[in-house]
Design a protein around this ligand. Structure first.
Ligand SMILES: [Fe+2]
Length: 195
């Protein structure tokens, strides 16, 4: 029988007091995902830096369950583009997700299979609801701090990374003269024009 469980978010790092899985995503696992490929190669040549980490709690991957954990995106840029997560659709498209920002500053970049897009700010205390069918990627736009969010989504949702790996998101989040800018991604193709 399952028993109720708790964990603590330990501040100031906003890390979980306990967890089941810890995933570390390094620069080398994001080949082709940043727009400035020369900057990517230069950085990778120097060091395979950790871009983000995910702490997860193990639950059955089935309807009725909730999968949840804490995501930590480190600060930094590849060229002008902020460190970010891979981003994904859920394999079961009709599943939503909730994020609660615990620390840092950033944005969630989102889009639908039809090409609608949205960018929402993340800062401590902000709750973000990602509706069903919206792909999502978190981006750390701060210069020093980690961007830390708590997330929870349906147990049967699954992940589809392939679509985003191939085309990226419609919008890139970059820094120009110290200011955040949202620009078009040259690699993106409208869903109707994809081969
Ligand atoms: Fe998700």
């Amino acid at each position: 029988m399952d028993l109720p469980s708790t964990f603590d978010v330990i501040f100031p790092q906003a890390l979980p007091s306990t967890y089941d899985n810890h995933t570390v995503r390094k620069l080398s696992s994001m080949k082709g995902q940043f727009a400035d490929q020369q900057a990517y190669a230069r950085l990778l040549d120097k060091e395979d830096v950790v871009l983000y980490e995910v702490y997860e709690f193990k639950r059955p991957q089935e309807a009725g369950e909730l999968l949840y954990g804490i995501s930590v995106v480190h600060p930094g840029k590849v060229g002008d583009e902020y460190y970010m997560t891979k981003g994904h659709f859920h394999a079961v498209r009709e599943t939503a997700e909730v994020y609660y920002c615990l620390k840092g500053q950033g944005v969630m970049v989102m889009e639908t299979p039809e090409g609608d897009w949205a960018v929402e700010e993340l800062r401590p205390g902000k709750v973000l609801y990602v509706p069903p069918c919206w792909a999502h990627r978190s981006v750390n736009t701060g210069s020093q701090e980690d961007l830390v969010t708590f997330f929870v989504y349906p147990g049967h949702a699954g992940h589809d990374y392939g679509t985003i790996e191939q085309y990226g998101f419609r919008k890139l989040v970059i820094e120009v003269n110290g200011q955040l800018q949202i620009v078009d991604n040259p690699r993106w193709q409208a869903p109707g024009e994809r081969p």
